[in-house]
Ligand binder design. Sequence first.
Ligand code: MG
Length: 450
Amino acid sequence: MRNHANRLTICTLIALAVVLSTYCTSTAAEKPPNFVLIFADDQGYQDVGCFGSPKIKTPALDRMAKEGRRFTDFYSAAPVCSASRAALMTGCYCARVGVTGVFFPNRSRQGLNPDEVTVAEVLKTRGYATACVGKWHLGDEKQFLPTRQGFDSYFGIPYSNDMSITRDGRRGPPLMRDEEIVEHPADQTTLTKRYTEEGVKFIRANKDGPFFLYLPHTMPHVPLFASEKFKDTSARGLYGDVIEEIDWSVGQILDTLRELDLAENTLVLFTSDNGPWLSKGKNGGCALPLRDGKFSTWEGGMREPCIMWWPGKVPADTTCSEVAATIDVLPTFAKLAGADVPRDRKIDGRDISKLISGNPDARSPHDTYFFRGQAVRAGKWKLHLKARDTVKKRPDQTFPALYDLSTDIGEDHNVATENPDVVDRLTKLLQQHNEEIAANKRPVGKMKKE
Ligand code: MG
């Protein structure tokens, strides 16, 4: 009798262990990571301590890099806001989704096509809670807002902070919650602080995950604003104050993840939408040692500071110098979340999860990376068929222009004459790319009556 009871207890224990282990394995396997995507606006390649800023102090971003991985050859898809964001959201070159410039409020009546599939929509298929907090700039009409593109909620200024509407006699950019204006004009001095509080609140509310927080800051796009606590504190003037407040914001987000024990299940990516607005002088950033900045396809316009952080998954204190880009965000997040990338359309981005996890054999999935149809990078070579100097004119510049980025990161020495075969090969690749995009591009979103 006792033997029978013992056997029963053992059987029950084994059954319990099997159930428990199945449960644990399945919850671990089924629990995809959280994502936080922090996107600065017009922040230059050099404007982070660990990317070489001589005056701006960024202890939180520096710690993020120390605990994570710096990407030195990370590109946005355009040197201006809307086009860059369209690519980030869709995983496509901006021309493919019909967004090559900048949307203006009440004027263009256009936006990112609602038929495009955004990274938020991809993650929704896996049950993610999604929030967009900050600058959207992919159309301000209701039908183009983040709430119509996969985000459960939205809080922020829907376009650049130097753009304005007039409403009840008041001018300036509006602050929106979901689809309503809640403050006009927005008090920009407290924007970074309020975005941060909103982001932290979202993380806390969704700590059981999975969640996707997209935090595109309004700053440091001009006009610059910092809160009382940061104003007049940086050695780099107001621009430095603004970056140092964004750095504080990054610290708040990472501290919240640490406190909630979410660090080891959350990938945080920090980068910028395009290079610094150099013609704004001290109110603009710095892209050194790169050439030029915003509006330009020289490196300074599209190569961005980038840091990835995921303790336990991203190797600490490492650097990746393989070519990667914002168009890779959608396929990479999809892969990590176990979601499908849209198959009914061409997606230009590639899964870079092996670069993120520091696999020593991982190489860039981009044999070629294209710059707005004007330039192409292939390995160490970058060829320009044309390019724009926004501040420092170089009248002796000729095209096609070829640079060896491994020895000439500043694109100073045109070596086209010495390397005619490389020029020919890259020119063909660029022409083929432009022809392929022209044949397979999709339309911009046009305003429809609701
Ligand atoms: Mg920008």
